[in-house]
Ligand binder design. Structure first.
Ligand SMILES: [Zn+2]
Length: 69
């Protein structure tokens, strides 16, 4: 399974869909606090709306993650 380990905060992201993983990585970099152990509060909130957001991105992203407001 493709995975990404953030070198700034050490968090490990993984997803069976590589395109989705790239999107999650892009999102993480945007919100990364670059500090071990400081991420759990926002990560919990982030995970709550991650799935539908990723599904949309996975369809039109094609490995080229673009965040739109
Ligand atoms: Zn990070």
């Amino acid at each position: 399974m493709p995975e990404f380990v953030c070198k700034d905060c050490g968090i490990r992201l993984y997803h069976e869909n590589e395109t989705t993983l790239k999107v999650e990585t892009a999102i993480h970099k945007k919100f990364c606090r670059k500090e071990m152990g400081a991420t759990h509060s926002y990560m919990h909130r982030e995970a709550a709306h991650m799935e539908p957001f990723d599904a949309e991105r996975a369809n039109d992203g094609e490995g080229n993650p673009i965040l739109k407001k």
